[in-house]
Structures are given as C-alpha cells and as structure tokens.
Design a protein around this ligand. Structure first.
Ligand code: ZN
Ligand code: ZN
Length: 275
C-alpha cells in the first residue's frame, strides 16, 4: 500500500468515527490533521536504511537491544522542523493554552530535541518514569518523529526474528506498546509500538510493562461486543488497549483504532492507570 492510500484509509475511518460520535468531532479533526501532516512527511522520505549485518542483528535480538539508532533515521533537519512546527500549530489550535509556549528557534534545535525524545522514549527500567507533563515542543517532536520511525520499522522488521524477541518493548525503536491485537487465526497476542507502530508477538498473559506473571494482579475488561479488551496491571498501574481480531466485524484500520478507542483511555486514566 502506498503512503497516500494508507493515509486515506486512516482519514476515512476517522471521518466515519466523527460521524458516529459528533461530540468528539473536534478531537477527530485534530487527529485527521496530524495524520495528514505525517503522511506528507513520510511521502517525502527518499532514503535507504543501512542495516547491521545478519549476525549483529541476531546478537542484538538475543540481548534485548532495539535495532534502531537515531542516526539511522532519514531525517533532513529543515523538513523535520517544518513538520514539527506545523504539528505544533495544529496542537495549539486545538488547545490554545499550549500555543503560549515557546518553540525551538531553528532546525538544529528541533533536531536536537528530537534526538533527546528518541532516547527518552526508549523503555529503561533503570530510569524513573517521567511524570511531568510534556511541553508543546516535546509533543510536536514526538508526533513529527512518527513518520520517520514508521518508515524505519517497515525496513527493519523483515530482517528480525520476532519470535525470539519476547520483550515488552519494541524491537525496532525500544518504545513501549500502546495497543495490542489478538490475531485472527490463533488469538496470539501482538503488541504495537506507540512510536514506530512495529508489531511483535508477546505472551497472552503477563504484563508487558513490568513483566509480572502474577495473575492476581492482571485483569482485563471486555467490551459488550467482545471486540475490545482493556488490560490493566495492578502491579505497575499500566493499561493496554487491545482488540480481538477474531471478533471484529468491521474493517480494521489499526492506526485509526488507536485513536477511536479514546473512551478506553479516558476510563483507564480515570481509574488511575497510565499508558
Ligand atoms: Zn517502536
Ligand atoms: Zn505491570
């Protein structure tokens, strides 16, 4: 599928969702604008990814090291700054309070913030989880990195032996998952990276965030139609939105599902869980 087709499918699905829930039309409009900007940036990427050799990839997989470094991303500073600035403008339009915050002065400053966010966004059990709210510039950079990370994930994934990964964080970029699917045939669980959208298999039971297997701490809530599951972990207080593809009756566009399941985020966060 071309980038354009992919973006169109997402936008179409979000437009349908906006019609179904007019109360959220502003929220969906925001995400449509973001997907459009990200799609345009992705279409502009013209590069090839230099991968490590097969043996090095295997060794990284065995050690639980994600494959991608910031330097491998095909980011042109000027194009990236244009994208991040446009994303910040869209976010400020949605939340005028954000618009009062200062943004990086030039492309080099945007780029160094991007590198910092790329590193900070890797799961790292030795670092305390950040609780401070993200700034406008950080939010913009995280969203602007997505097309580059997704592009890189598409290049890297075919070279990985995902069955051997078995970790709760992303094999490509090291980010945490923000969605999971139970696969159509066997119901095996796949996690989806919140940053690069890579999918990788992970055991059905067990928390990907703290790795606990203590079943007395793990629950899930099932939607009435049994399509959606909200997994929560009482050990680490993380939640994970999930979709059972065996039960889905509508055409599934996963990128859009992560947005259209916002009610699950609201419910989970109200109960004190975090993504
Ligand atoms: Zn990732
Ligand atoms: Zn946990």
């Amino acid at each position: 599928m071309t980038t354009e087709d992919r973006t169109q499918r997402i936008l179409q699905r979000l437009a349908e969702a906006a019609e179904e829930t007019p109360d959220l039309s502003g929220f969906y409009e925001l995400h449509q604008k973001l997907f459009r900007l990200q799609g345009e940036a992705r279409a502009d990427i013209a590069a090839a990814l230099e991968l490590a050799d097969e043996e090095a990839l295997k060794a990284r997989t065995a050690q639980g090291l994600p494959m991608l470094s910031f330097a491998q991303l095909p980011i042109a500073a000027g194009r990236f700054a244009t994208l991040a600035t446009a994303v910040a403008a869209v976010l400020s339009e949605y939340d005028p309070d954000l618009g009062k915050q200062a943004l990086p002065d030039d492309a080099a400053a945007w780029l160094s913030l991007a590198e910092r966010r790329f590193e900070e966004g890797r799961v790292n059990p030795e670092r305390a989880e950040r609780t401070a709210e993200l700034t406008l510039a950080e939010m913009a950079v995280d969203l602007a990195l997505k097309p580059y990370l997704e592009w890189a994930a598409d290049q890297v994934l075919p070279h990985l032996n995902l069955e051997r990964w078995k970790r709760g964080y992303c094999p490509v970029c090291g980010g945490p998952p923000d969605f999971a699917v139970l696969e159509e045939e066997t119901g095996a669980r796949y996690l989806i990276c919140s940053r690069c959208a890579a999918e990788w298999p992970f055991r059905r039971l067990g928390c990907p965030f703290c790795n606990t297997n203590d079943y007395s701490k793990l629950f899930y809530y099932l939607s009435d139609d049994e399509v959606y599951r909200l997994y929560v972990c009482q050990e680490c207080r993380h939640y994970l939105k999930s979709m059972d593809l065996r039960k889905a009756t509508h055409r599934v566009v996963l990128e859009a599902e992560r947005v259209t399941t916002v009610a699950m985020d609201v419910a989970a966060q109200r109960e004190g869980y975090r993504s």
